[in-house]
Design a protein around this ligand. Structure first.
Ligand code: ADP
Ligand code: MG
Length: 523
C-alpha cells in the first residue's frame, strides 16, 4: 500500500523582549525560581494586563518577513484550561483575528540545492503568553512550580498541512528558526526552550483527497527529535490502518529515549477551551506608521540576500520571479529594503550552493560581506570558499559560531589579500590561517608571514634553480614523463615545492617545469 504523509507544524517562538508580554517582570533565563514573577504573572486578584509594545513590533516584523497580512484590529482571547503552572486558569492567546494571517516560506526539500524547493503556506501567527514550569525533580517527592516563565511572550506560527515527509518538516522548522534569528525577534535557543515545535501528523492513501485523522506530537525541542517523532508516528499510523484499524485523534508526547510516542490526552477541540475575547484587553489596532517603522528596521531578508549573492549583475538581481513579484505587490518595501533605500548593489555571481551556505544565518552573511568589502568583489568566490571551508570547519571543530571566531573578518581579509597579490600560495595560506586561529602574532597574517619567512618565491630565476636541481635528481620521472606518463609531472611539482619549502609560486613552477620538460621531450 502506498501512503502519503501529511504534516502541519505549530512553532512556538519566544520573543526577545526585556519584560513579559503583559507585565514588567524580567524574561531573563535561569533566575532563581519565582523571583521573576510579579503580581500579574501569578494572577493576584485585581491586577490587569498591559500589552508589551515590543512583543507586538516583533510579531509584525515576522508577518512582514513572510509576506503575511497584519490584522488590525486583532483580538486577545482567553484559552481556558486547568493546570498547576497556569495561575489564572486561562492563557491569554489569540483565536479569532490573530495579529498575523497568511504568508509563506520557501524551504529546501532535498540535497540538490539547485532543484528542490517548495513553498509552505502559513495559516497564521498569533501572540500569546507562556505558562510556568512544573519541576518534578529534587523536591522530596513533591512537585514544585516555577512561575518565572509565566507571561513570557510567544509567537505561535501555524503552518498549513503542506509538508509531505519528516525531512520537509525539519526543513520548515529550520527555515523558521533561521528567519527569526535573522530578523532578531528571538534568540531561537532550543536548549532553553525558546523554540519548540508541535507536529501534527496524519497519513492517507496516495491519491485520496481527504486528509487522514491527525495526532499531534507536543513540545519537540530539537530538530532531531522532530524528525524521529514524525518517523515513529508515521509507522505507527500506517500499521494501524494496514491492520484495518482507525487512527484516533490524540495529543501525544515523544519519549526520546525509547523513540516512541505516548498518548497524553485524547482529542481536544477548540470548544473544549471555551475561547472568548479577553475583556481586560482592548482590540489591538495597529496604525500604518507602526508597520512602516517596523519595516524600516528590517534587515535585508535571507531570500533577497541569497538572490543578490547569486546574481551575475545588477540587472539580473532586479528582475523578479513570479513568487517574488507576488510578495512585492503585497509589501512593496519588503523588496530588499537595503537595495532600495541604501543602494547596496554588490552582486557576487556565486553558486547556489555557496549562497545557501552563506545565508544560513545573518552573522555568517555579514562576515562574508565584510571580507569581500576588503578583498574585492572580483575575488568573491575565493572569500566564499574560505568562509564556507576553512572558517566553518574550524568553528565546527571547536563548537563555536562565527560571532566568536578567533579570526575576524578583517584578519581573514588580510590573509586573502596576500593570496591575491601572490605573496603566498593557497596552501601556505592554510598553514598561516591555522596559526592565526591560535592567536599567533596577534592573528595578523602579515606578521606571521614575516616572522616565519613564508613569503612566496616569485622570482623566476630562483624557481628555475629549484626546477633544474629536481630534474637532475629525478631522471626516472623525467623519462617517464617524456614517454607520456602525465602523472610524473605532479610528482616533480611536488618535489620542487618541497625543495622550496612550499614557498615557490605554484603557477610559475608549473609553467617553468612544463617549458623545460617539453624542451627535453623534443630532444
Ligand atoms: P489545533 O491544533 O489548535 O486544533 P488546527 O486544527 O487548526 O489547530 O491544526 C493545527 C495544525 O494541524 C496546523 O498546522 C494544521 O496544518 C495541522 N493539521 C490539521 N489537520 C491535519 C491533518 N489531517 N494532518 C496533518 N496535519 C494537520
Ligand atoms: Mg494544536
Amino acid at each position: 500500500m502506498e501512503w502519503e504523509i501529511v504534516v502541519g507544524l505549530e512553532v512556538h517562538i519566544q520573543l526577545l523582549t526585556q519584560s513579559k508580554i503583559f507585565s514588567g517582570a524580567s524574561t531573563a533565563f535561569g533566575g532563581t525560581p519565582n523571583t521573576q514573577a510579579c503580581a500579574v504573572d501569578i494572577a493576584l486578584p485585581g491586577v490587569l494586563p498591559v500589552l508589551n509594545r515590543g512583543a507586538v513590533e516583533r510579531a509584525i516584523k515576522f508577518g512582514l518577513a513572510v509576506g503575511a497580512e497584519i490584522n488590525s484590529p486583532s483580538i486577545f482571547a482567553r484559552k481556558n484550561y486547568f493546570y498547576p503552572d497556569l495561575p489564572k486558569g486561562y492563557q491569554i492567546s489569540q483565536y479569532e483575528l490573530p495579529i498575523v494571517e497568511g504568508g509563506r516560506i520557501k524551504i529546501q526539500t532535498g540535497n540538490d540545492i539547485n532543484e528542490n524547493t517548495k513553498i509552505v503556506r502559513l495559516t497564521r501567527a498569533h501572540l500569546e503568553e507562556d505558562a510556568g514550569k512544573s519541576l518534578h525533580e529534587d523536591f522530596h517527592g513533591m512537585t514544585g512550580i516555577d512561575l518565572n516563565r509565566a507571561g513570557t511572550p510567544l509567537l505561535e506560527v501555524v503552518s498549513e498541512p503542506d509538508m509531505r515527509s519528516s525531512m520537509e518538516a525539519v526543513a520548515f522548522a529550520k527555515t523558521i528558526h533561521s528567519l527569526v534569528r535573522w530578523i532578531g525577534i528571538s534568540d531561537g535557543n532550543m536548549e532553553e526552550g525558546s523554540f519548540r515545535c508541535d507536529a501534527n501528523v496524519s497519513v492517507r492513501r496516495l491519491g485520496d483527497e481527504k486528509l487522514g485523522t491527525r495526532r499531534e506530537i507536543k513540545n519537540l525541542n530539537s530538530f532531531r527529535f522532530l524528525q524521529q517523532a514524525i518517523d515513529y508516528e508515521v509507522e505507527y499510523q500506517k500499521s494501524i490502518l494496514e491492520n484495518g484499524g482507525e487512527v484516533k485523534q490524540a495529543t501525544v508526547l515523544f519519549d526520546s529515549g525509547k523513540r516512541e510516542t505516548h498518548v497524553m490526552r485524547s482529542k481536544e477541540d477548540a470548544h473544549d477551551y471555551r475561547y472568548f475575547p479577553d475583556p481586560d484587553l482592548l482590540p489591538l489596532e495597529i496604525p500604518q506608521d507602526l508597520i512602516d517603522k517596523v519595516m524600516k528596521s528590517m534587515p535585508e531578508l535571507p531570500m533577497w540576500r541569497y538572490r543578490r549573492f547569486i546574481a551575475q549583475d545588477v540587472d539580473e538581481y532586479r528582475t523578479f520571479t513570479e513568487e517574488e513579484s507576488r510578495i512585492h505587490s503585497k509589501h512593496p518595501m519588503q523588496l530588499s529594503p537595503h537595495l532600495m533605500d541604501y543602494g547596496v548593489e554588490e552582486v557576487y555571481a556565486l553558486s547556489k550552493y555557496d549562497a545557501t551556505m552563506l545565508t544560513t544565518d545573518i552573522c555568517t552573511a555579514d562576515y562574508f560581506e565584510e571580507v569581500v568589502r576588503i578583498v574585492g568583489c572580483k575575488n568573491a568566490k575565493l572569500c566564499a570558499n574560505w568562509v564556507i571551508g576553512e572558517v566553518a570547519a574550524r568553528l565546527n571543530q571547536n563548537d563555536e559560531d562565527i560571532t566568536t571566531s578567533p579570526v575576524s573578518a578583517e584578519q581573514l581579509a588580510e590573509l586573502l589579500l596576500r593570496i591575491c597579490d601572490e605573496t603566498i600560495s593557497g596552501k601556505t595560506a592554510k598553514d598561516i590561517f591555522g596559526a592565526m586561529w591560535h592567536g599567533e602574532h596577534g592573528a595578523s597574517a602579515d606578521a606571521i608571514i614575516k616572522a616565519k619567512n613564508l613569503k612566496q618565491i616569485s622570482n623566476s630565476d630562483e624557481i628555475r634553480g629549484f626546477v633544474d636541481t629536481v630534474l637532475i635528481e629525478n631522471p626516472k620521472e623525467v623519462s617517464d614523463y617524456c614517454k607520456g606518463k602525465e602523472k610524473a609531472f605532479n610528482f616533480l611539482v611536488g618535489q620542487i615545492m618541497k625543495a622550496s619549502k612550499g614557498k615557490a609560486n605554484p603557477a610559475q613552477v608549473n609553467e617553468i617545469l612544463k617549458e623545460k620538460l617539453d624542451r627535453k621531450k623534443c630532444e
